[in-house]
Design a protein around this ligand. Structure first.
Ligand code: CA
Length: 229
């Protein structure tokens, strides 16, 4: 049974969400303030989080950002304010989806199911086939060290290949430049975290349709990068 965490301070809304999700067979936990929501999301194993933006204590943006640094689980954000939707996009907090209140509870259930199904497919496919990673239009053949973008082969340097593969193998996980540098380059190699930025730029030029609006490697401002699925 999939476990859902709802962080919502409006009791009536939380109750409706909980009832509908329970009827669909989910195990549901509700937290009604930011602090306990954050603690629960970080400390316990949920399969998906539904976060309200405006919360007493820590807000939904901050919870999302912190969870995304550690976990790949789907996150759906909800807000009564349309402006928040732009903020969710613009800040790159790492949410997978967002809904504007009021929304129909059955729409929420449908989205929860869709995100969980996608996430499960992703997790199981990465377990089954260790040598080829396929995410949307990108195919990485780890054994042959070849990369195909929409069927067309692109040439990658060793470090570009290693960096792309590392990010693609840990989808939705946000890494700092520091972490990526330590992971991909030897500790005593010449260079610094600016090297990471340069390599990300080069990778984007090869895989992104529009490098100003990256669809694969997303910049999480003030934190680092993640490979978005
Ligand atoms: Ca609220």
């Amino acid at each position: 049974m999939s476990k859902v965490l709802i962080v919502e301070d409006e009791e009536a809304i939380a109750e409706i969400e909980k009832d509908y999700l329970k009827l669909s067979g989910f195990e549901v936990t509700v937290k009604s303030d930011g602090e306990s929501g954050l603690e629960s999301a970080m400390g316990e194993d949920y399969d998906i989080c539904i976060l309200d933006v405006m919360l007493p204590g820590v807000d939904g943006f901050e919870i999302c950002r912190q969870v995304r640094e550690k976990k790949n689980i789907p996150i759906i954000m909800v807000s009564a304010k349309k402006e928040d939707i732009d903020k969710i996009r613009g800040l790159g907090v790492g949410a997978d989806d967002y809904m504007t209140k009021p929304f129909s509870p059955s729409e929420l259930v449908a989205r929860v199911k869709a995100h969980l199904a996608r996430y499960e497919r992703l997790v199981s496919s990465s377990k089954e086939n260790n040598d080829v990673i396929e995410i949307r239009g990108i195919k990485i053949d780890k054994t042959a060290r070849r990369v195909f973008v929409n069927g067309e082969e692109k040439v990658f340097t060793t470090k570009e290949f290693d960096l792309l593969t590392f990010l693609a193998e840990h989808p939705n996980h946000v890494y700092t430049k520091d972490e990526l540098f330590k992971e991909i380059w030897d500790m005593d190699s010449i260079g610094d975290i600016a090297t990471v930025t340069v390599h990300i730029k080069k990778i984007r030029e090869k895989i992104e349709f529009d490098t100003s609006k990256p669809q694969y490697i997303e910049t999480i401002w003030g934190v680092g990068y993640r490979f978005k699925v």
